[in-house]
Design a protein around this ligand. Structure first.
Ligand code: ADP
Length: 290
């Protein structure tokens, strides 16, 4: 099964064109949708999740027309929204049990077994009786995955799920998502390059509502081989370099800017060739440098 998006566009009432002729082909496995804040990721996620309408275009999930057969899509969909953050005093077991009942699991014993198995899977079983309000950020996100997985969805959408997690929590969350991604279509929207690098076999870069790249992260990185050059420069020289070179990024390393530039041949001037990374791909594409 595949999710196929074709020519999707959306302009909000205030005139912002959040999606501009977006076409993507999303196979089973982990798919990363990488873009800065405001790129249009949530608009796309919410549209796929049947929570808002597009102005034009189509979305097909297997045989289903997502924009029209919303109920059928919802039965096959798990969704962890970006703002999954309001937590009642209820504990994890009772909450999942309630959600499973809403999903139509009416037989109490089956439901309990499913909820327990789910809590084991996301490693929250020992915390199942604690109020959700007391959970850490990482625990909340793992609970978010558990609630999204109720009913065995074929499509799982997770919107900016690692923002705010510390490195240990992020790793646990990566492991959980990677495991889920073995059997279903998972779309992970993120502005964090590392999320895509660690998890996704396919990706798209979205910027100002447009798709700038779609394919394998490795292929995107390989396409920049021999074209990324770096140099540590004094802060005072930055403006001059920005004016004369195609600067991809400059970040502070030990108090001094390390500049990455795009150049098809050696720029000289003390620049050395750098192994390209996904971050170079991202900034080069959204900067229109290649
Ligand atoms: P992302 O998830 O990548 O941060 P969004 O889809 O939330 O991007 O937003 C894309 C653009 O659409 C942004 O410029 C944002 O301000 C705008 N936008 C999002 N939702 C609305 C809305 N309900 N009304 C008007 N503009 C919106």
């Amino acid at each position: 099964m595949e999710l196929v998006i074709n020519g999707l566009s959306k302009t909000y009432a205030n005139g912002v064109k959040a999606l501009n002729d977006v076409s993507l082909r999303v196979p089973k496995g982990m798919y990363g949708l990488l873009g800065q804040n405001g790129a249009g990721k949530s608009t796309l996620m919410r549209t796929i999740a049947t929570l808002q309408d597009a102005d034009s275009g189509s979305i097909q999930l297997g045989e289903l027309d997502v924009l029209r057969e919303k109920e059928a899509v919802r039965q096959r969909l798990g969704y962890l929204p970006q703002d999954f953050g309001v937590y009642p005093r209820i504990n994890a077991v009772d909450m999942l049990d309630h959600l499973a009942l809403l999903k139509g699991l009416v037989k109490t014993s089956e439901r309990r077994a499913m909820v327990d198995a789910m809590l084991q899977r996301v490693n929250l079983y020992e915390h199942r009786k604690k109020a959700l309000a007391s959970y850490s950020g990482g625990m909340r996100q793992r609970f978010g995955i558990a609630q999204a997985l109720i009913g065995n969805p074929q499509l799982l959408i997770v919107d900016e799920p690692t923002a705010g997690l510390d490195p240990g929590e992020r790793n646990r969350f990566y492991n959980l998502l990677a495991e889920v991604g073995e059997s279903v279509i998972v779309i992970l929207s993120t502005h964090i390059v590392e999320d895509v690098l660690e998890l996704c076999s396919q990706m798209a870069i979205i910027h100002q509502g447009r798709v700038l790249y779609e394919g394998e992260p490795e292929a995107a990185v390989a396409s920049l081989s021999g074209k990324i050059w770096q140099r540590r420069v004094p802060k005072a020289a930055l403006a001059e370099i920005e004016a004369t070179h195609r600067v991809i990024s400059s970040k502070m390393v030990a108090g001094q800017p390390l500049v990455h530039i795009y150049s098809e041949s050696s720029p000289g001037e003390g620049f050395t060739e750098a192994a390209p990374g996904l971050e170079d791909v991202f900034f080069a594409r959204i900067g229109g440098l290649c």
